[in-house]
Write a new protein. Structure first.
Length: 202
């Protein structure tokens, strides 16, 4: 069982619009990501900010599924346990709903994630059985929203949130993390390209 959590609840202040619904090359950004995940995972959990955002995304997913004749992963939409509390709470929400032991976590604004990256991530996880795996750049900077997290992280995330911390990196002080070089996971490194400003769509 392979699960993927896509975090969609960010406010997108620099972009000025919902990133997952933005159109890139004639289709929504989120659909680019879902199409890459198709046939590589068994379930996708979309974590949304609130019910209003969830309704917009449900319409998008319904339209996507109506066009699919073949198998596609089970897609479940869930809303954050609390609104606007950051990606760490989004991670907790997603992990609370998955059927697998853990999940690959991705942001909705990464339409260039490659199939190689997805397959390589699960290959390493299935061999190593780690609590968390996070891509690392040569300068030491991390990609916590392109990582894998086991359900065992749930009580620790709850404790970290109770300490008032909201970013995913805060979790790494309390769990065992396997750091993997980005070029091992994606030699082209396109998987880590995010859309942050309108000009990124061009």
């Amino acid at each position: 069982m392979r699960s993927c959590i896509i975090l969609c609840g960010g406010r997108s202040q620099r972009m000025g619009q919902d990133k997952g619904l933005m159109i890139l090359e004639d289709k929504p950004v989120l659909i680019h990501l879902i199409e890459t995940l198709d046939n590589l995972v068994d379930e996708i959990i979309l974590v949304l900010r609130d019910k209003k955002q969830a309704r917009s995304y449900q319409n998008l997913i319904n339209n996507y599924q109506n066009l699919q004749k073949d198998h596609y992963p089970q897609i479940q939409l869930v809303t954050d346990l609390e609104k606007d509390q950051g990606p760490l709470l989004g991670l907790l929400t997603g992990l609370s709903h998955i059927k697998a032991e853990g999940a690959l976590v991705l942001p909705c604004d990464s339409p260039f994630v490659s199939g190689y990256f997805i397959k390589k991530t699960f290959q390493i996880i299935e061999e190593e059985k780690v609590m968390a795996m996070v891509p690392q750049w040569p300068d030491g900077s991390l990609e916590p929203l392109h990582g894998y997290y086991h359900k065992k992280c749930i009580p620790i995330i709850e404790d970290v949130l109770n300490r008032g911390l909201r970013d995913v990196k805060s979790l790494f002080n309390y769990i065992d993390v396997e750091y993997i070089a980005v070029d091992i996971l994606d030699p082209e490194k396109t998987s880590f390209r995010n859309l942050n400003r309108p000009q990124d769509l061009k």
